[in-house]
Design a protein around this ligand. Structure first.
Ligand code: PGD
Ligand code: PGD
Ligand code: 6MO
Length: 811
């Protein structure tokens, strides 16, 4: 793999003044002093981020070059954007307040949010305002009036964890019952259904490790996943070790099959067979395979008897006894578009070989998203290979390098929320807009009825809801219900633009922290050293929140008497103790901080780990955590809930809308997969965009047939639209996507031509202007970001400029 050496010293020269100012404040010599931890004026600093560990070269107080850590086997090309994000024109430089809010107070002219009319204020003024509004909410509206759900991919780092720090502020600073969120946008449906089926989350757990897969798996199925693309990123610091194993697997020449509406990076990298499936129809495809295994009497009857529960209740549905519709390969083919013979061939191939069914998460960010992974487990059960080396299924090979062997290193703990007060509640994360629309009303979630709180203030620190949430126009309207919106970020995202008070946070490269490398591998402990001092008036997360806690009269309760470096040392020493209990030595803190990284050993057992081997060996002594202790193909618990949108066994259910669906109003499915050149919306405002933007817009991949029908060629600007919204994008015409499907990645910054106006055209390419906002079902209430149909045309009007990547006026 080629290593990235990025050097962009000449660019962004207009920001140089800012970094020079930062450098003036630096008194320490060129390396870090462990206690005072100043930024280097000159030198090389090892640090880490979601994109991996790296060395930063600093010259005269400015970060000038980024080099991947020497032991990273497959560095992400996005590192260049990481460095650029510190100096990009989209950086928030000063505290800002929306003009109408500043002049007229809370709740003023809320329909004006998004119009970019901000006034620069001092930090004191901004923090006074925030503290005043929090106190007001407590005194006037009472408990549960402040939303700190603040979902999102805040930077790595155990101390400056903006999400925990914010909740800590409400819990220990304001001392008021809190409203936060449960679940996430990534796996909303699967993380709720899987505990009913497998007794565990499944999506965030160690997989049968890659060395075992490389050796034993004969057919590797990549079902709606793109590990080559998505393993660039880790929730912690990426190790990228899965790439080595994917390469090894490729070298064996064994079969790899990618089932996907588009030819993924993985299909390309692995020379895989590409099976084109119509989006949102995988359950039908799986049912067609299951039916084939059943009628051809191929499936593993013994496995079903011994390890699963409720297959007898599922069978009448599969055969059509209950609804007169056998779920045959022919039936499936009509829905999913894969030829019936191919469906049968795949079923036989999987059965006849050691097969690992790996799946990503796009399949469950869809209406009725509970069903695909439940059906995948059912299919894997019929294959009878769960718990065998290299067989079964895996829902996390594509995420944070799942399946790389886990080290013996200690688990690093981090900043907590200080303990929520009694009366605190949480909502399913993707129901945030519904919460604003229906205060005091009830909703269902996983067998219980809850009531939506009445929120007056939303405080976001470490997430970008004006990218991640669906149905932008509905959201803009709902946001107007809020009296005060506070956003703390280091980038002028659309969320910041829809705020009343904007606080400029330091990036992760302008503060000291500590983090683990590898969510699954726990490969190392990394010192995330400050690379440069905060630019302009940015302040570290911890400093901001401590000052707010002080204004609320509870600084001591907030800090526990610790500053940044005290916390880092504290968590390191806790890890050291844990390591000692396992007879593992970790260097003294000073040595660790100087070296920057401690790599942990991996045991032989970890390299041989097979998921569910214990259960397979002895299902009575090692039962699953389900009510029956077995794999639940029929769930009595779900049956008791009586939900019309989540039946007690996996079923094909029509989504709200789909390509060629019964009432499809538009002819095109929009694939909203994750970007190869960004982490969601992060780094969209950087130099990386120069490598992928088309006509300055977000690129949209189109099959030649669809392009030709509309007179579109690569490089044209298109308008994509449906009844929910509209956006521009730049066309890329390619055979790598199936007809009637276009791909517009999630995370393009929302750039309304008429700022704040509901229904405005987005000039850049935010796909969530088009998506619907509904829960996957009453069971999980996950988001449905991949359930969307639309149409598109060549844009012939006067082309609006893209304005979202520079700061608003005065900012
Ligand atoms: P990011 O762009 O990572 O997206 O949504 P998420 O909100 O996580 O946003 C993180 C924000 O935090 C950025 O604005 C960044 O600048 C800021 N930030 C980073 N570090 C810090 C920090 O340390 N402090 C502070 N204060 N701010 C920081 C992601 C979400 O999008 C996810 S996880 C998924 S899986 C969903 N995927 C889809 C999808 O597939 N399809 C659609 N249609 N929609 C989706 N939305 C979801
Ligand atoms: P997606 O790109 O949404 O990623 O991981 P996830 O697996 O959800 O989808 C994976 C594949 O599924 C894509 O190739 C897409 O075309 C395909 N697909 C979409 N719809 C269907 C369908 O209906 N059927 C089938 N069979 N395939 C379908 C997301 C994970 O990635 C998450 S949650 C996060 S938070 C991280 N985000 C990023 C990121 O933003 N950028 C990068 N580079 N890497 C990430 N890693 C993580
Ligand atoms: Mo996610």
């Amino acid at each position: 793999m080629s290593k990235i050496i990025a050097n962009y010293t000449s660019r962004r020269s207009f920001l140089k003044g800012a970094s020079a100012l930062g450098a003036l404040g630096v008194l320490a010599p060129s390396i870090f002093s462990p206690r005072f931890a100043q930024a280097a004026v000159n030198g090389e600093v090892l640090s880490g981020c979601h994109w991996g560990a790296f060395r930063a070269v600093v010259k005269d107080g400015r970060w000038t070059e980024v080099k991947p850590w020497e032991q990273d086997p497959h560095p992400s090309h996005q590192l260049a954007g990481v460095m650029d994000s510190v100096y990009s024109p989209s950086r928030i430089k000063y505290p800002m307040v929306r003009r109408a809010y500043l002049e007229k107070g809370r709740g003023a002219d809320v329909e004006d949010r998004g119009s970019n009319d901000f006034v620069r204020v001092s930090w004191d003024k901004a923090l006074d305002l925030v503290a005043q509004e929090l106190k007001y909410a407590k005194a006037t509206h009472g408990p549960r009036s402040v939303f700190t759900g603040t979902y999102g991919w805040k930077s790595a780092g155990k101390i400056h964890n903006s999400r925990s720090l914010l909740r800590r502020l409400i819990n220990r600073g304001l001392q008021m019952p809190n409203v936060t969120h449960t679940g996430d946008y990534s796996t909303g449906a699967s993380q709720v259904i899987m505990p009913h089926v497998m007794g565990t989350l499944e999506v965030y757990e160690q997989q049968t490790v890659w060395p075992v897969v490389v050796e034993n798996t004969e057919v590797l199925v990549v079902w709606g996943a793109d590990p080559i693309k998505t393993n660039q990123i880790d929730w912690l610091i990426a190790d990228h070790d899965s790439y080595t194993y994917l390469e090894e697997f490729k070298k064996t020449g064994k079969k790899v099959i990618c089932i996907d509406p588009l030819k993924s990076k993985t299909a390309e990298f692995m020379d895989a067979e590409w099976v084109q499936v119509k989006p949102q129809t995988d359950v039908a495809l799986m049912l067609g395979m299951a039916h084939t295994l059943f009628v051809e009497e191929l499936y593993d009857v013994d496995f079903m008897d011994e390890y699963t529960a409720g297959f007898d209740k599922f069978l009448p549905y599969l055969t059509g006894e209950t609804d007169q519709t056998p779920k045959s390969a022919e039936w499936a083919s009509e829905i999913c578009g894969v030829p019936a013979d191919k469906i049968k061939e795949l079923a036989r191939l999987f059965m006849g070989n050691r097969t690992m069914l790996t799946s990503g998460w796009s399949l469950q960010r869809q209406h009725h998203g509970e069903q695909p992974h439940w059906m995948l487990v059912t299919l894997a059960s019929m294959l009878g290979q769960i718990g065998l080396p290299g067989g079964g299924f895996g829902l996390s090979y594509h995420y944070s390098n799942g399946g790389t062997p886990t080290s013996d290193g200690p688990a690093l703990s981090g900043m907590n929320d200080g303990g929520a007060m009694e009366g605190s509640v949480s909502i399913p994360v993707a129901r945030v807009v519904e919460m604003l629309e229906r205060p005091g009303e009830e909703y269902d979630f996983n067998g219980t009825r809850y009531t939506f709180p009445d929120i007056k203030i939303a405080y976001w620190a470490g997430g970008n809801p004006f990218h991640h949430h669906q149905d932008r126009n509905r959201m803009i309207k709902a946001w107007q219900k809020l009296e005060t919106v506070i956003v703390q970020d280091y980038q002028w995202t659309a969320t910041a633009r829809f705020a009343d008070i904007v606080l400029p946070a330091a990036s992760a490269y302008e503060r000291n922290d500590i983090e683990a490398m590898g969510s699954y591998s726990n490969k190392a402990t990394v010192a995330m050293k400050k690379i440069v001092d905060p630019v302009f008036e940015a302040r570290s997360e911890y400093d901001i929140f401590v000052d707010l806690a002080d204004r609320l009269g509870n600084k001591e309760a907030y800090t526990d008497g610790r500053d940044e470096m005290d916390w880092i040392r504290h968590y390191y020493e806790q890890a050291q103790k844990q390591a000692a209990s396992k007879n593992l030595e970790m260097p003294a803190f000073e040595k660790f901080w100087e070296d920057g990284i401690v790599v942990h050993p991996i045991s032989q057992a970890a390299k041989e780990y097979v998921r569910y081997a214990d259960f397979r060996e002895d299902p009575l002594l090692e039962p699953l955590g389900t009510p029956t202790g077995k794999i639940e193909i029929y769930s009595k618990n779900i049956e008791k809930m009586g939900y019309d949108d989540c039946p007690p066994h996996p079923m094909w259910m029509e989504p709200l809308e789909r390509l060629d669906g019964p009432d499809a109003k538009f002819p095109i499915h929009v694939n909203t997969g994750h970007p190869n050149d960004r982490l969601h919306s992060q780094l969209n405002g950087t130099i990386l965009r120069e490598g992928y933007a088309v006509a300055d817009r977000e690129p949209c991949m189109i099959n030649p047939k669809d392009a030709e029908a509309r007179g579109i060629k690569s490089g044209d600007v298109i308008r994509i639209f449906n009844d929910r919204g509209q956006t521009l994008a730049g066309a890329i015409v390619s055979e790598d996507i199936m007809p009637n499907v276009i791909r517009l990645y999630e995370g393009g910054w929302y750039d309304p031509v008429e700022g704040g106006k509901v229904g405005s055209l987005c000039a850049y390419g935010d796909v969530n202007t088009l998506t619907p906002d509904l829960g996957t079902s009453k069971l999980a209430q996950g988001n449905c970001g991949h359930t969307v149909i639309a149409d598109f045309e060549k844009f012939e009007g006067e082309l609006p400029d893209v304005k979202v990547f520079t700061a608003p006026k005065n900012g």
